[in-house]
Design a protein around this ligand. Sequence first.
Ligand code: HEC
Length: 109
Amino acid sequence: MGVWITLVLALIAWGPERAWGDAGAGAILYQSRCISCHGTQGNGKGPAATGISPSPPDFTDPSFWKGVTDSYLLHVITNGLGPMPGWGATLSPLDIDNLLEYIKTFRKR
Ligand code: HEC
């Protein structure tokens, strides 16, 4: 009994900021859809990023991650932002969760 209550509370506490994504699946999508602008290293220096303003952010920079939440980033990937196209029409919500999980792996501590 106690075990279940603890488990449920843990899931609730974990809830709002979690992404259920799978970084491995996200990596495959990143390669086909995002790498041209965001770059192999996730630093925003992909070949198609030249001349785009504002430029794509640097996902390796910890200060980028301090200013954003998962729900905000899921929203941006789905709907786009400035020169970045939205992906909600071509990718599923699960794909987008997976992408977010993958781009988090670029972050340098
Ligand atoms: C055509 C180039 C391009 C492609 C392709 C692209 N992006 Fe972007 N992305 C951008 C630019 C430019 C920005 C910065 C937009 C701004 O700050 O107005 C950006 C910003 C972002 C941000 C951060 C938003 C923020 O507030 O700083 C995330 C997350 C992101 N892109 C994820 C992705 C993912 C995931 C993909 C692939 C599904 C992708 N992008 C494909 C150009 C691109």
